[in-house]
Every structure is written in C-alpha cells, then in structure tokens.
Design a protein around this ligand. Structure first.
Ligand SMILES: [Fe+2]
Ligand SMILES: [Fe+2]
Length: 193
C-alpha cells in the first residue's frame, strides 16, 4: 500500500486551487477558472518555469476569494483608504492569505492591488491584472479583447499599458477616486518603466 508520504513525493509542486476559506458564488468561481486557464495558456506560450507558473495560478485563485464575503469581514481586514466597498476584496484577500501562511510578496501584492494597479508588481501582478480583464467570459468587446489576449506572450508590456488605459478610463468615468498606488502605476507605465 502506498503511504501518503510516497504519494506526496509523486507531486512535484502543489496544483493551485481555491483556498478552503473562499467565499465566492459559482459564477465568480467560473470567472476565476477562466482567468486561470488564460494565465496558464500564457505560461505555456512563454515557456514559463513550473514554479513561476504556480505563483501566477496561486494569485489567480486567491484574487477573488473573498469577492462575495460579507462587508463586515472585508472592512475588518482592510484600512479605510480603500474608499469603495467593491475595492475591499483584493486587500482583504491578501491579508487573509497572509494570515493563512502565504509568504510570497509578489503573490500578495498581485492579490492586494488587482483592482487598482501597482507600480511595484512583479510578473505575477501584471499577469493577473491582464488575465482578470481579458478572460473570455466578460461580455464586452469580445474580439478586441481576444486579440489583446493573443498578443500578451509577445508583448506583455504593450498590452499591459493598453489594458491599464481602458481600466483606468472606466474608473474615471465611474467617478471613483484613485488611490495613490493607481496614480503611481499609470505614471510608471507612461514613463515606460
Ligand atoms: Fe476582483
Ligand atoms: Fe477577478
């Protein structure tokens, strides 16, 4: 009979999945699965090492894990500079993930700032920001977004700037304030840094 230790040795790294504390509707989970599939396809196209791919997918499965959690829980995990209820789930999920043992700074920053952008992101944050917007289940401008998604492996920085411009335009027209990190994110993209 196989021991559990033997079984563990057969799996080189854990396959990311929703954390057990996820509070998300079935529709939300389906969105996250599409984000994961898109990020995974980019990892294939970019010959991304297994360990790095695993980081991308960990961030994907964490990013909306508290999207449908009660407001009281979200506010208890965040400070008041996030302004808007719909922005709380990113920083709340990062805080919750850290309390549950996530130690990767790049993964936590990807999750924390996935709705607003962050100049200090490594590749994980940038890929999550792109996949979250370009996943095929969102029902607007399907064709343009599909073309942008296809270009990501060749020119991720160019597409990132295009996606940021669209997302920030939407934020402005919604009348929402920018947090300081969003301004720094756009300025870094505009400077090409
Ligand atoms: Fe989100
Ligand atoms: Fe999302």
């Amino acid at each position: 009979m196989l021991t559990s230790a033997w079984r563990r040795l057969q799996v080189p790294s854990e396959v990311p999945d929703f954390p057990e504390w996820t509070q998300a509707t079935p529709e939300r989970r389906a969105h996250v699965e599409r984000v994961a599939a898109l990020a995974n396809s980019w990892a294939d196209a970019m010959n991304t090492p297994a360990q790095e791919r695993e980081r991308w997918l960990r961030a994907v499965y964490l990013h909306d894990s508290l999207r449908d959690a009660p407001l009281e829980l979200l506010t208890s995990l965040t400070d008041d500079r996030w302004h808007w209820p719909s922005l709380l789930h990113g920083p709340a999920a990062a805080e919750y993930a850290a309390r549950h043992g996530e130690r990767d700074r790049g993964v936590l920053d990807a999750v924390r700032y996935h709705s607003v952008g962050y100049a200090g992101w490594d590749v994980v944050g940038r890929m999550l920001y792109l996949a979250d917007y370009l996943e095929p289940g969102r029902e607007f401008r399907d064709e343009e977004r599909r073309d942008m998604a296809a270009r990501v492996p060749r020119e991720p920085r160019v597409v990132l700037k295009e996606v940021a411009a669209e997302r920030l335009h939407w934020l402005v027209t919604s009348g929402w304030p920018f947090i300081a990190e969003t301004v720094e994110f756009w300025n870094a993209l505009a400077r090409g840094s």
